[in-house]
Design a protein around this ligand. Structure first.
Ligand code: MN
Ligand code: MN
Length: 358
């Protein structure tokens, strides 16, 4: 038989068929995610023509300036997901508390956590943005969910995905059996399976970190970065390139295609804060995707997916990418915590930085 292109809906049905007891509800839920991302893609693509650029003049629960598109995308996720009777409640980056399904709609058995627009500071400069979502089972069925119901470790996720709104719009998805990428065919408005079974290349030589925070980094992170910068002449014996797009979605997407490492590590910039990225709707879904693609995701000291969440908007340090690179960073943290990295901490070494080389 001639091979035919597979739509994202067909792909989800084919996955569903592997489980004879499946009700199709999960497939239907993912269809709503697909629709929400398509709607957001359309508005992002219209940019100024849709009057959607710029700041909204408000601040979210985390003290971040909300862009108009943050609120538009949040509304699209809520409106698209609440209708179908599949979701018991939702958590969004843009809402303090769990969103309750309006009385007029039935509640379902799933919980959604999402970042409706990731990297929204990129919007006004026409650089890639995305959406991230995580699907959990509602532990108390169709009861109205409380915050506690969402505090499940990442290993409990039933599925996770992101959309990237770049030169093309793609959805990248895992249902726990590999990672698959779908490209939006704008001519007829459907996502087509274009990147089956994405695997993170082991031999990447790119790393991404916000170097303006260097003075706040812990020694293990300084050590890793300085070794990359030393290039061919250093212990890594090869040259690296640095990347920074300021959108987690765009960074993860690059790593899935080209390998390498992304870090937003623990730092001392704001001592009250463990990290920058949020566990429930950024770190956990991306960690599931990266692990399913053969990579790893860590705080530097622990696997992301094993963390017991303490709060809806909890932040965590995040290191993700090719497995060997993540393991190297974890080893550097361990050696530091055990006081075994003295050589690295010699006064001579302290002079090394991104911009001051020996
Ligand atoms: Mn984000
Ligand atoms: Mn966001």
């Amino acid at each position: 038989m001639e091979s035919r292109e597979m739509t994202i809906t067909e792909f989800m049905i084919s996955e569903q068929r592997r489980f004879p007891a499946a009700t199709g509800e999960f497939t239907a839920l993912l269809n709503y995610m697909r629709l929400a991302c398509k709607r957001i893609s359309y508005i992002v693509g219209r940019g100024s023509l849709a009057g959607a650029l710029g700041a909204a003049g408000s601040v979210n629960v985390q003290g971040e300036t909300q862009m108009k598109l943050d609120l538009v995308a949040n509304d699209i996720f809520l409106r698209t997901s609440e209708y179908g009777g599949l979701v018991a409640g939702m958590v969004s980056e843009e809402l303090d508390d769990p969103y309750q399904i309006p009385e007029e709609y039935p509640r379902g058995r799933y919980l959604l956590a999402f970042d409706p627009l990731d990297g929204s500071s990129n919007i006004d400069v026409n650089a890639p943005v995305g959406s991230i979502f995580s699907v959990l089972r509602a532990p108390r069925g169709t009861e109205p969910p409380e915050a506690n119901d969402f505090l499940q470790p990442g290993t409990s996720q039933l599925g996770a995905g992101y959309a990237i709104y770049g030169p093309t719009t793609m959805i990248v998805l895992t249902l726990g059996r590999g990672v698959h990428g779908f490209t939006l065919d704008r001519s007829f408005g459907e996502f087509i399976l274009t990147h089956p079974n994405l695997r993170i290349p082991a031999e990447g030589s790119e790393f991404a970190i916000n170097a303006s925070n260097e003075r706040f980094w812990e020694p293990p992170v300084r050590r890793y970065v300085s070794e990359c910068l030393a290039g061919r002449a250093g212990v890594r014996a090869k040259d690296f390139n640095m990347r920074w797009i300021a959108s987690l979605v765009a960074e993860v997407h690059r790593i899935l295609i080209r390998g390498g490492l992304f870090m937003y590590p623990k730092d001392t910039k704001d001592p009250g804060r463990e990290g920058r990225l949020r566990l429930l709707y950024e770190a956990n879904p991306m960690a599931m995707i990266v692990e399913q693609a053969g990579g790893a995701a860590s705080t530097g000291r622990a696997r992301i997916l094993d963390l017991p969440p303490q709060a809806l908007h909890q932040r965590v340090p995040l290191v993700l990418g090719a497995r060997a690179e993540v393991e190297r960073i974890e080893r550097y943290h361990l050696e530091h915590d055990q006081g075994l990295d003295k050589a690295f901490q010699s006064p001579l070494f302290k002079e090394r930085s991104l911009f001051i080389q020996e």
